[in-house]
Design a protein around this ligand. Structure first.
Ligand SMILES: [Zn+2]
Length: 107
């Protein structure tokens, strides 16, 4: 679903008006006006929604900063998951070693 100049004055730009998930990001800046407004194409990466909208620079900077925070949270979660998996692997190795399932000839 694609809409031209959708009215979005009050809502958080990250939230998709169709699926209501925070996966909206700018796809392309189509035009910039001297008054600081930009015509941008926004798209949701969770569904097929996209729209061409007019927003001021402050609103787009706010969206960009929110996307940066979301990216940092995802990266932190991925690092925590990787650490958790590594600790689990170490625990399983220690258990196997303790139970005699790993022998010198295995190496
Ligand atoms: Zn969506």
């Amino acid at each position: 679903m694609r809409r031209l100049f959708d009215s979005t004055l009050s809502r958080d730009l990250r939230f998709c008006p169709t699926c209501r998930q925070p996966f909206v990001a700018p796809r392309e800046v189509l035009a910039s006006h001297e008054d600081g407004h930009h015509v941008v194409e926004l798209a949701c990466s969770n569904c097929a929604w996209s729209a061409i909208q007019l927003h001021d620079a402050a609103r787009l900077i706010e969206l960009d900063q929110a996307l940066d925070r979301d990216t940092a949270q995802i990266e932190a979660a991925a690092e925590a998951l990787a650490l958790s998996l590594e600790l689990d692997r170490i625990d399983r190795f220690a258990s196997a070693l303790h139970d005699g399932h790993i022998l010198p000839e295995d190496f």
